[in-house]
Ligand binder design. Structure first.
Ligand code: ZN
Length: 459
């Protein structure tokens, strides 16, 4: 250990020979080469699975699929934030220059979010707030009350300088837990992820804190293939670009936290946040909900969807609100960014969520003939639902949660419900009042892998 300490007496950088060599080795691994060369990345599980849902079943549903789009070229002509400059992408992928151009709309949207006064609050908060611990909830509190124009200007300048502390690369195998990207805050952790454990241990415990933070953001290789794929419509492409932009911002949220805060385990960003996760906190701050794709991973053939934190944890429930294409398109139009305060005041920028009366649901059902779980859009009118819900005091989300759990139970009884729908997830402990359905409790008792989760811990 001491010899390693002496050996690595200065902090490594991305261009250090040993890190370059580690990347080179990573790029030669069979898994990486396979993913990099996979021509039909999405064929196996996307196109065939989604064929029958591809066309909107009702004409009025086209607002979530296809709408005329204008002004994209004008928007694309704008600047790209230094953070996303081409030289910040560490890659050996042969078509990276093409991919970089192809993802320009996503980089432009992410750029605007990183440069606009109206969206600076979260970055300012995480930059200046201090860790506190009141009544067992550890969160960031802005005691200095820095939030005005000067603070925003300072943070905008620091975000420009942050470009020197961030890089992007590609991950394979896919990021853990179904994520579409992940973040390594330091070079030692980067070395660990690209398979050089010895190198990682040589630096371990020495350079994990400021000012040695060097954030590397890994994107799922699927993004690369998807962004280069032939055939998507303009609107499918915009959905993918918006999803990618959100993913980049989400990971930058983690990176920004690492840069300015020293506690390695992320706290709640705001006392009002439901889970201690910087990326989700940022998404909620920007959009008011989480933005995801309805279809498998990052393909965006289906509409984008909006979910509340409560629809994701403590167990994921497939309830969401479809995102209209006009909401997606607005971010790719120059005039939107010239008029953010007005649009924001009008509520046009807010992502409708499952508490709103326009909720849609993706219901889990069991098909006895096929013998597998199928997903089915619920295209019913909600007019009557709304009246019933008003009368019973149930929100749309709560009403559909009940239905979802009924369907899930049926699927569970024939052993066709994926684990993730009834096993409490990593943030379960933060939902102390949650009571799992009885059938899921029965399952829990027989499952040794289940995370620690006590239903008695509710008040
Ligand atoms: Zn995250």
């Amino acid at each position: 250990m001491s010899s390693n300490d002496q050996q690595h007496s200065t902090p490594p950088t991305w261009s250090s020979p040993e890190i370059q060599q580690a990347f080179h080795n990573y790029w030669q691994t069979p898994e990486y080469r396979k993913a990099a060369n996979q021509q039909n990345f999405f064929d196996d599980w996307t196109m065939s699975e989604l064929q029958w849902t591809y066309n909107p079943p009702e004409p009025w549903y086209s607002i979530f699929y296809e709408c005329p789009m204008m002004g994209l070229e004008e928007f694309n002509d704008g600047i790209i934030h230094s953070i996303f400059r081409r030289s910040n992408w560490i890659t050996d992928l042969p078509k990276m220059d093409m991919a970089y151009e192809a993802m320009r709309p996503a980089l432009r949207v992410a750029t605007e979010f990183l440069m606009h006064d109206e969206f600076m609050d979260w970055w300012v908060h995480v930059r200046f707030a201090e860790l506190t611990d009141y009544s067992r909830k550890t969160y960031l509190e802005n005691r200095s009350k820095k939030a005005g124009p000067e603070a925003k200007q300072q943070v905008k300048e620091e975000l420009q300088a942050f470009a020197d502390k961030v890089r992007f690369t590609w991950s394979t195998p896919a990021p853990p837990q179904g994520a579409l990207a992940f973040h390594c805050p330091t070079i030692p952790i980067l070395a660990w992820h690209i398979g050089d454990r010895k190198l990682a241990e040589g630096y371990a415990n020495r350079y994990h804190q400021n000012p040695y933070i060097r954030s590397t953001i890994f994107l799922d290789m699927g993004w690369y293939h998807r962004i280069l794929a032939d055939g998507p419509t303009v609107n499918q492409n915009l959905r993918c670009q918006m999803h990618l932009a959100t993913t980049l911002l989400h990971e930058l949220g983690h990176a920004w936290y690492s840069q300015w805060q020293t506690e390695r385990v992320e706290p709640f960003a705001y006392v009002s946040d439901l889970v201690p996760e910087m990326g989700f906190s940022l998404e909620i701050a920007l959009f008011g909900a989480l933005l995801e794709g309805a279809d498998a991973r990052m393909t965006s053939l289906l509409p984008l969807v909006s979910k509340r934190i409560e629809d994701r944890w403590p167990v994921p429930v497939d309830i969401f609100t479809l995102v209209p294409m006009t909401w997606v398109q607005q971010w790719f139009q120059k005039r939107t960014w010239q008029d953010i305060p007005t649009l924001r005041a009008n509520g046009a920028l807010r992502l409708a969520n499952t508490n709103d009366r326009t909720a849609s649901v993706l219901r889990v059902i069991f098909d006895s003939q096929v013998g597998t779980l199928l997903r089915k859009w619920d295209f019913e009118s909600y007019a009557q639902d709304s009246q019933e819900n008003s009368a019973s005091g149930l929100s749309v989300a709560e009403r559909y949660k009940n239905e979802w759990f009924r369907d899930a139970k049926k699927a569970f009884q024939v052993n066709a419900l994926p684990d993730r729908y009834y096993k409490p997830t990593e943030f379960a402990q933060h939902f102390r009042s949650y009571v799992p359905p009885p059938w899921a409790l029965t399952a829990n008792k027989t499952d040794e892998d289940l995370p620690q989760f006590s239903i008695r811990d509710k008040n």
